[in-house]
Design a protein around this ligand. Structure first.
Ligand code: BGC
Length: 372
């Protein structure tokens, strides 16, 4: 079968490889499932891996099959798989419990404390940019056919669900927390999914991006579901808090780390800032009003939390939000799927779109590997 691979740490090394079709008997206990890949989304992580910034090949391989935003159809199941059957749609989670930390052992590998982690398509495990993959049913989420068209968005949404779950868990400290307003920093695909998830929870949502609002599809999508959009060239996040009021929750997903200090100054008393950008660079900033920020955090019991990856629970929350979003804002999610690339052999197109997303006005580029 065909697959798209990179040579980790080598710039622009994406290439096609020919591999043996996986066999579900590779998975022990009769829990194996063979999945035909239908769609695979591409994101900044794939771009950074292809830029040679990170990514680790599996043991005994000198290449890594890319792809973690997946959607597929079950072809065959092992004898101990009772919850899935041939023809079911599924999305696989990304991280596997291969580490030695207590969190790996209790199935909470998204909270691993190990330095080495195992993520399909990213680190030490092959990903889903392939015609088939085999996986244990334990890591597969069943997808209702009604959301098949947009289910490739589930993996990025799971990241947001985990962030929001962490926020609500932390806020249990307050006994009563009735958040009303939120700011979402960044309106790329992760930002837009965050705007959506918060609108579904009834927040007044303010989205912020770099680009000017005029003729900007992402801004239009924010407004289509009742959020505002502002360009940070016109208003800083801290200034926006004077205009809209301080936020109960701020979700950062710009990939631009200096903005977090601005965000820290825009939080309401008892508010929470969620950081979700994996910033692999070495940017530094010294323009930080540290006394003011520190005092605000201390006197207002504010909180900040980093969040990465997601567990089965967060994927399942995401399935419900995708379905609810379709019910409330029919067709909105499909508008995010701006660029379809047919066939894995056209991988160069995907990387071109990722590198030049503003030129292409791309929100989500994805492979259609097989028809739904
Ligand atoms: C993926 C996560 C992963 C993270 C860090 C993100 O793009 O969606 O599953 O944990 O990268 O590797």
């Amino acid at each position: 079968m065909k697959a798209v691979a990179v040579t980790p740490k080598k710039e622009n090394s994406a290439h096609l490889v020919e591999m043996e079709k996986p066999d579900l008997r590779e998975i022990k206990d009769g829990r194996g499932v063979l999945v035909e890949v239908l769609r695979v989304g591409a994101c900044g992580t794939d771009r950074e891996i292809n830029n040679g910034e990170y990514g680790v090949a599996p043991k005994d391989y000198d290449y890594l099959i890319l792809g973690h935003e997946n959607f597929g159809r079950v072809v065959e199941t092992g004898e101990n798989v009772k919850e899935l059957r041939k023809g079911d749609y599924v999305v696989a989670t990304v991280r596997r419990p291969r580490g030695s930390s207590i969190y790996d052992k209790i199935g909470e590998q998204d909270f691993t404390t190990d330095d080495k982690y195992y993520e399909r398509g990213i680190s030490r495990l092959h990903g889903y940019m392939a015609e088939f993959y085999a996986e244990s049913a334990d890591f597969l989420i069943k997808i209702p056919p009604a959301i098949a068209e947009i289910a490739v968005l589930l993996e990025p949404l799971s990241i947001i669900e985990k962030g929001l779950k962490q926020a609500s868990d932390i806020q249990e400290r307050l006994k009563i927390w009735q958040p009303k307003t939120a700011a979402v920093l960044g309106t790329g695909n992760v930002g837009l999914l965050t705007v959506m998830a918060l609108r579904l929870r009834g927040y007044e949502v303010h989205g912020f991006g770099k680009q000017a609002k005029k003729d900007y599809l992402n801004a239009e999508l924010c407004e289509a579901i009742g959020a505002t959009y502002d360009s940070t060239d016109d208003i800083s996040i801290a200034e926006s808090a004077k205009k809209y009021g301080e936020y109960d929750l701020v979700f950062e997903c710009t990939g631009y780390s200096p903005i977090i200090f601005d965000a820290m100054q825009s939080l309401n008393e008892n508010g929470i800032l969620i950081l979700a950008s994996v910033t692999g660079g070495d940017r530094k900033t010294d323009q930080v009003p540290s006394d003011a920020i520190n005092q605000k955090f201390v006197l207002g019991n504010r909180a900040m939390v980093g969040t990465v990856n997601a567990s089965r629970e967060h994927f399942e929350m995401g399935v419900k939000d995708l379905a609810l979003c379709e019910a409330m804002y029919a067709g909105w999610l499909k508008r995010m799927l701006t660029h379809k690339v047919e066939g894995l052999e056209n991988y160069a197109q995907i990387f071109d779109i990722l590198e030049n997303s503003s030129k292409y006005k791309a929100i989500k580029a994805y492979f259609e590997v097989n028809k739904i």
